[in-house]
Ligand binder design. Structure first.
Ligand code: FE2
Length: 209
């Protein structure tokens, strides 16, 4: 007999997968908030951390209502998305470009969650678990709203700053150094950008530590 014979068993399996995913996200979000330079972006990550804690609690409640063990099941999908985000955060990037990348990384997380919560909510509804359905719908709405908020931040501010940042830097950074580096303005600009990124990181850790 298969160990996943019923839709109810698949529902429990996926809820435990999501429970582990939410816990992985809880660990990743503070790191993303620290790496963000844009204040609205950092605040969006911090606000979503508080929501994520509630979402994990809703999953605990849902599993309890289904008489299933309240435990996680390692979510390889979320691990992969978060590992990619970690690699991005290790890059020595222009701070506006990093913010654009952080939004993309966070939206990958949101889209994974939207897909998963959409499925489990539909199964719970079909199986007549009204309270579980309501809990999952509440989280699904939060994930959709978090995704929209990230799109708004990208469209209204972050992407355009990332697009123009490097060009502006090159003209602003002309300090009248000798001409022998003119052929390679990229090499000249990159250390300057690095210094500014480091300064921004120090400022951030100063305000947060
Ligand atoms: Fe979530």
């Amino acid at each position: 007999m298969p160990n996943m014979e019923t839709l109810q068993e698949l529902l429990v399996h996926e809820l435990q997968d999501l429970y582990n995913a939410e816990n992985q996200i809880m660990k990743a979000l503070p790191k993303m908030a620290r790496r963000a330079t844009s204040t609205p972006l950092r605040e969006a990550f911090e606000a979503h951390l508080a929501q994520t804690e509630m979402q994990a609690q809703r999953l605990e409640r849902a599993l309890t209502l289904l008489d299933a063990p309240v435990r996680g099941r390692h979510c390889d999908g979320m691990q992969g998305i978060i590992d990619e985000g970690k690699k991005l955060m290790e890059e020595d990037a222009n701070e506006d470009v990093m913010d654009a990348g952080l939004i993309a990384a966070a939206q990958k997380v949101e889209h994974y969650e939207i897909a998963s919560y959409g499925s489990v909510k539909a199964w719970a509804e079909l199986l007549g678990h009204e309270e579980v359905t309501a809990l999952l719908q509440e989280t699904l709405s939060e994930e959709e709203s978090a995704d929209r908020k990230l799109s708004q931040l990208a469209d209204s501010e972050v992407n355009s700053e990332a697009a123009m940042g490097a060009g502006e830097d090159d003209s602003d950074e002309d300090t009248g150094e000798s001409n022998d580096v003119d052929e390679d303005s990229e090499e000249r600009a990159t250390p300057a950008r690095r210094q500014r990124s480091q300064a921004a990181r120090s400022r951030r850790s100063g305000t947060q530590g």
